[in-house]
Write a protein of this length. Structure first.
Lengths: 276, 249, 634
């Protein structure tokens, strides 16, 4: 009836360490614990591939007629930017076709997401397997987490958040610009709606951020002395538990927005206009 | 309403052990601890198990049920299908004493290493004034029943015995956050949190939050805010630069 | 003779609940070397189950409150059988004890001015309970635990040894106290983990072992509540008083079966929960006893108004003292108006919003959701009486908490006298703080007075206990008894025959059954070894449960009246002549107990003057009233 065995000396670490209950199985979980980290790895993989391709495409990022600028290239500040896409000046020289135009926005956004507490969790679980799932042993001999260089730099998340918020203000400008009509006057197309949905998702993602919660209120010792910041903190605390959901939702809305604008810009499809 | 359930319970001690099969009666409304008690009363009178209140308030009956750290008294049998084999083992992060009982003294040692509440010296008993909004954050952490499930599940020490000296575990990093947010505490434990208690080892994979029977948002409300506070203290480049300049002039 | 692990301490505290920890803190603060011995892990004590709060007349919510009002409420709740000096000390000192906790780091809920918030509770005239949601006991234990840790940090800095002056012996059980002549000399026990014996030399022992609930089948108490302190004291020559008074908490869970007995806090009623029977009627209005007629609302409308305007309305009868509510529920169920699982309905869902319920009663919400799959924000709970607290306990001096044995002190639930025949909710947490401190203080003073001439442990006594304790492990043969079976039968017997309502015939038959169980107990045998063997642990505790159950039944048979936690079916009324009598129990030969009638300490005239004449008439005899009148007019 007994099924336990004593593990060999080579495996004697982690849950097999000397002194702990000697159980042969690495984990006794009976649920499908592999599903979640794999699912996450696939999603993140899709995004990395898509954004990598798009980054070096240097094309089809602005639908000039409809005034749609993809968030992946905004703000477009290179001299190489197509006409009409550079509302904030062109203060970077044209660096040639091999260098992405989005050389400013892209790193900020990548670092913001890469250092985000939610993506860090996802990354540790899906790519570094530390741990893949709760109660499932990780494969590494040593682990120091985020206590050393370079991972200790994840602590700079708040600065990337600030950068991302600046970009988000520009995205907001872009979204308003998407109400400009084809030709002149005001107008609105499917692209406008997509851009606004994306904008809301991005704002929710950025505002539910843990660093944001800390800066705007969490760092205070006495909420009672700062009623306004307390109310802001309360609001952020309400959306913060859904930070992970917004992280994924906004990932898809960015892809969707970019893909749509690319398609319109490349004239693979034409934008349906509600009014113009 | 009764049925016969299949249990596999780890029995043994530091020298070795094995999963033993038991077939036990289960009645409506029962929890896993009831079944363990039934095994004790009818089949294995010396089956060692630690328990106290049987109401999820003392945090004694921690074990791993189908590989998931749980309180046995708060795990209803109705979450399992009658055919399912239910495996119960002791916590796999701490040394085993006997059967389902483990040596959790690691946690008491870590508790002793967190500098205690430090009120302002001149404040007399009865003079403490605190606003409800200021105590609520720490109150959430004080719901902790010290079942040590978060300590057990945390891979930093579960998978790395060698990290035990340098990592206090979620329970005690949360204790540091609790004191840091206490409206009348004047001590500073931020450097300590990072340098002595290993806050940097935490990679916010949230297993502690997932297993917490009190549903305390350990990661979001204690560990991450503490990381942010430590960031300001130790890693903020602007503050670091500011200090440098201030020292020069 | 085998060598036994041996430790020497100044003060030995047995029990690591609120009273024990507070006593230990005090003894250590007096500079003495203190040990805390607990059957469980540090911080797991049954005190964590206390939900409502700690009663202390701080007057933070209603400034009319004072120690005098608190004293009167306590006496009234205990039906004037309380030791009046203890009730006085308790009322006077509890605010200081609560404030002190804040200096240890406790975080109570706050008033808008930032003071400790206080809530209403059954039997308390004003909002008086300092609380943290409904997990006040946990806050108290954690706070005291952390205070001890902070003292250990001080000692580490000073002596290089954290345990130099205060050490916790966790998962260690005491089997017997040791004496030298008439004075305490130490204690003998075993480590639960290894089963190895351990001997303590100590001139002072503070018993803080809590109650006896595990002798009952339906109880809110944990396994630790086996009456160890009561039994240790008896066997050491101390006396117990008021053992017939057991509080059955009116609202325990009744379903599912595995959690039957687990407490539903009184705060549910304090915050607006109402009791209804199967006909949907708020039956408590039919059960307001004569002595409380003037203090409680007689209509639902007035009772409802009280929640928002307590100044101008009387409180609803759901907030009557616990004994009254428990009896009322018992009667409703017996009359066939109970809920499906044999309780009554307790409903907050119709009176508070879900948000309010989750904020104010978080652990109740959690408990019902997880254990019974009932959402209390949407549906009523099913509740019924459960064995909760024993008012009786070790007879102690009111000021010093010393028992009749030199060097033996008791505090908290294990001591008797403070609560009379019935304890008010909230008075136990304050009791254990006030008298825990006093016990620690006076134990320390005694040890200091003693100097170097300490009572010695006798090797023969130690050997006798060791032989007795080892016997069940070596017992063999067919004619042996299983401790689990004996325990189950004891619980059944006490629950059915010495429960809420007692009859002479039933209590007598319980005593006869206890004789049989005691006889069978001599043949108890356990399988397995010494290391963490719960069968053996139970066998050790069972002796205490049998002895204490005998005390309860003996006293319950003797008292032919109904008062507080003791209801005799044939004698349903309170009898003023019985009010003057304490039933005192002492150990006799062969595991039997002797019972003696002793007068209840008289109430000082200045304290008596705090009460209304008309009210005193309900409790005191005419002669007492006459004397009281004379003294007042002098």
């Amino acid at each position: 009836m007994a099924t336990g065995t004593v593990p060999g000396p080579g495996k004697a670490r982690g849950v097999f360490s000397a002194g702990r209950a000697q159980i042969a199985e690495k984990t006794l979980r009976t649920d499908n614990w592999r599903a979640s980290p794999i699912f996450m790895a696939v999603i993140l993989g899709i995004f990395v591939v898509y954004s990598g391709v798009r980054l070096f495409m240097n094309d089809n990022y602005y639908a000039a007629q409809e005034h749609y600028l993809t968030p992946m290239y905004s703000p477009c500040i290179s001299e190489a930017c197509v006409e009409g896409s550079s509302d904030f000046g062109t203060w970077l020289p044209d660096l040639g076709t091999g260098v992405p135009i989005a050389i400013l926005a892209f790193p900020i956004l990548t670092l913001f997401r890469a250092t985000c507490y939610y993506y860090r969790k996802a990354g540790w679980r899906s790519f570094l397997l530390s741990p893949q799932a709760c109660g499932v042993p990780e494969p590494w001999k040593k682990y120091t987490g985020e206590s050393r260089f370079p991972l200790v730099l994840a602590n700079w998340h708040r600065y990337f958040w600030m950068g991302a918020c600046l970009l988000l203000l520009i995205n907001t400008f872009d979204a308003f610009k998407a109400f400009e009509g084809v030709g002149d006057g005001i107008g609105m197309g499917v692209g406008t709606v997509i851009m606004w949905v994306n904008l809301i998702a991005l704002w929710m993602y950025s505002m539910s951020c843990h660093a944001c919660r800390h800066i705007l209120g969490g760092q205070l010792k006495h909420f009672s002395k700062h009623p306004v910041r307390y109310r802001i903190w309360k609001f952020i605390s309400k959306i913060n538990p859904k930070h992970g959901d917004w992280a994924l939702i906004s990932l898809f809305t960015v892809i969707a927005t970019d893909a749509y604008i690319m398609a319109v810009s490349a004239e693979w499809i034409s934008d349906f206009r509600f009014f113009n | 309403m009764s049925y016969e359930a299949h249990f596999r319970v780890w029995r043994g001690d530091i020298d070795g052990g094995a999963l033993h099969d038991f077939t036990v009666e289960v009645n409506e409304g029962e929890v896993v601890l009831d079944i363990i008690h039934r095994i004790q009363a009818t089949q294995a009178p010396d089956l060692a198990v630690r328990w106290n209140c049987k109401a999820g308030k003392c945090g004694s009956c921690s074990a791993e049920i189908n590989g998931w750290p749980r309180l046995m008294c708060m795990t209803r049998m109705s979450i399992f299908s009658p055919e399912e084999i239910i495996t119960i083992t002791p916590l796999r992060t701490f040394p085993v004493i006997r059967d389902l009982v483990t040596d959790v003294s690691f946690n008491f040692k870590k508790a002793q290493a967190v500098p205690s509440f430090t009120p302002p010296k001149e404040l007399q008993p009865g003079e403490y004034r605190m606003q409800q909004v200021d105590v609520e954050r720490s109150q959430e952490f004080r719901k902790c029943i010290e079942c040590f499930l978060c300590q057990t599940v945390c891979h930093v020490i579960r998978d790395h015995e060698e990290n035990k000296p340098s990592f206090a575990g979620p329970r005690f990093l949360m204790r540091i956050a609790e004191l840091d947010m206490h409206p009348l505490d004047v001590a500073d434990r931020k450097d300590l949190a990072q340098d002595e208690h290993g806050l940097g080892y935490c990679n916010i994979t949230k297993c502690c939050t997932e297993v917490c029977p009190e549903h305390i948002k350990i990661t979001d409300n204690a560990l991450i805010p503490m990381k942010e506070r430590v960031m300001t203290r130790k890693y903020d480049p602007l503050i670091w630069l500011g200090r440098k300049i201030a020292r020069r002039s | 003779m085998t060598t036994t692990e041996r430790h020497s301490y100044d003060v030995l505290v047995i029990g690591a609940g609120g009273a024990g920890l507070r006593a230990a803190i005090e003894a250590r603060q007096q500079g003495l070397k203190t040990a805390i011995i607990t059957k469980s892990l540090f911080g797991k004590a049954h005190t964590v189950m206390a939900e409502g709060g700690a009663a202390a007349a701080m007057g933070n919510v209603n400034s009319n409150d004072s120690w005098k009002v608190h004293f009167c409420d306590t006496m009234r709740g205990g039906k004037f059988l309380n030791n009046p000096r203890m009730a006085e000390l308790h009322a006077k000192e509890s605010p200081d004890r609560v404030w002190e906790l804040e200096t240890y780091g406790a975080l109570f809920d706050r008033t808008p001015e930032g003071k400790i918030n206080q809530r209403n509770f059954g039997g308390h005239e004003y909002p008086r309970l300092a609380h943290v949601g409904d997990r006040t006991g946990l806050e108290l234990i954690r706070t005291l635990q952390q205070k001890i840790v902070s003292m250990q940090q001080e000692d580490l800095a000073e002596f290089g040894d954290a345990e130099a002056r205060i050490k916790v012996f966790a998962e260690c059980s005491i089997i017997e106290l040791l004496k030298d002549g008439g004075a305490i000399s130490g204690a003998f026990g075993y480590w639960r983990e290894t089963g190895e014996y351990v001997l303590f030399d100590a001139p002072a022992v503070v018993l803080a072992t809590g109650g006896i609930g595990k002798s009952y089948k339906i109880t809110s108490n944990s396994w630790e509540y086996t009456g160890d302190g009561h039994a240790l004291a008896l066997r050491a020559g101390a006396t117990l008083i008021n053992m017939e008074f057991i509080q059955f908490h009116p609202t325990g869970m009744v379903w599912p079966p595995s959690v039957k007995g687990i407490l539903v806090t009184e705060s549910v009623r304090g915050d607006g929960g109402v009791l209804r029977n199967s006909e949907g009627k708020r039956f408590m209005f039919n059960y307001i006893p004569e002595v409380f007629k003037t203090q409680y609302a007689t209509t639902e409308e007035e009772g409802d108004r009280w929640y928002t305007d307590p100044e101008n309305n009387k409180r609803p009868p759901e907030l009557l003292p616990r004994d009254e509510v428990a009896r009322a529920i018992n009667s409703e169920v017996k009359a066939g108006r109970g809920s499906p699982h044999g309780g009554v309905f307790l409903d907050v869902s119709t009176r508070m919003t879900p948000e309010q319920i989750i904020k104010r009663l978080p652990s109740m919400h959690h408990q019902f959701k997880e254990l019974a799959d009932v959402d209390i924000t949407a549906e009523p709970m099913e509740v019924g009486p459960t064995c909760h607290y024993i008012m009786g306990g070790i007879e102690v001096d009111a000021d010093t908490q010393q028992s009749r044995v030199t060097g033996l002190y008791a505090a908290g639930e294990v001591s008797g006298g403070m609560h009379g025949s019935n304890r008010l909710g909230g008075n136990s947490l304050s009791d254990l703080l006030v008298f825990g401190r006093r016990a620690g203080l006076h134990a320390a003073e005694y040890v200091r007075r003693l100097g170097t001439k300490r009572p010695a442990v006798s090797d023969t006594d130690v050997e006798a206990v060791r032989t007795w304790a080892t016997a069940p492990l070596n017992a063999t043969g067919k004619d042996t008894e299983n401790p689990y079976d004996l325990h189950a039968e004891l619980q059944q017997c006490m629950n059915e025959l010495v429960g809420i309502i007692r009859k002479e015939t039933e209590v007598s038959s319980a005593l006869a059954q206890l004789d049989v169980l005691a006889e069978r107990y001599t043949k108890v045998a356990v399988s397995g070894g010494r290391a963490f063997n719960p069968g053996w642990h139970l066998a050790m505790d069972l002796r205490n449960m049998l002895l204490v159950s005998r005390c309860v039944a003996t006293a319950a048979l003797e008292r032919t009246e109904s008062r507080g936690g003791h209801t005799r079916e044939e004698h349903p009324a309170m009898d003023p002549t019985w009010r003057k009598i304490n039933l005192v129990l002492a150990a006799a030969e062969g595991g039997k107990v002797d019972l003696d009638r002793k007068p209840v300490p008289t109430i000082r005239p200045d304290l008596l003057a705090l009460f209304d004449k008309a009210e005193l008439k309900k409790y005191l005899t005419t002669e007492e009233l006459a004397t009281a009148g004379e003294e007042a007019s002098q």
